[in-house]
Design a protein around this ligand. Sequence first.
Ligand code: MN
Length: 248
Amino acid sequence: MGFLIGISGSIIVDQGGRFPGYKRAYVNNDYIESTALSGGVPFVLPVLEDEEMIKAQAESIDGLILSGGQDVNPLLYGEEPTTKTGSPFLARDQSEQLLLKHVIDHGKPVLAICRGLQILNVAYGGTLYQDMSDIKESFIKHDQYNNTSDPSHSIMIKDGTRLHDLYGNQALINSFHHQAIKDVAPGFEVSAWAKDGVIEAIEKQGNQFVVGVQWHPEMMAKEHTSMLNLFKLFMEHVQQSAVKKVII
Ligand code: MN
């Protein structure tokens, strides 16, 4: 016990109340609860600029959860922003790209969720669709809007992947995204698709546990054991890689 799980944070700006415009560092509490329920010690990582500090964040944790949030700045994957893209947050993109690089270089496990999957893909050379309407074949509602813990569409899972070991050929997931992966980053493979072909999960090739999912397992984990099991699988890898580090 006692494995530290870093959860990448964001900044929220007060829209009213006593301090309009005041900035607060935060993560959604579901990430913290899901981490704790699966046996990890949650540790919120704020957005930083200084690479040495980000490196220290990466060194201090045993595993990383990249949380959801803003659209990735399209300039990072070589595109101009279209009118359908959301408000970017470049400082967070840069902070998380550096964090990812250092965590992955240290051989530590990563679970990347929603925007997390998107920044993971972009950080390693992949691209995104800036809006689901840019995908001609897409006919599924990928933003269920509310009812966070309810599954809303199915996914098909590729044989031989970590997700397949966990769920078999199919699973039911929630969906709150208006962007999706276009080109998959080199060194990664797609492990799940929605029935309209939209990419729902990627995994890093090789032994290191680096899994990105387009849905929000942390919102389902309390009501649906299967989604808590994704955190538990991540935690098993965290324990293994931390133990290996001690032996070396
Ligand atoms: Mn979806």
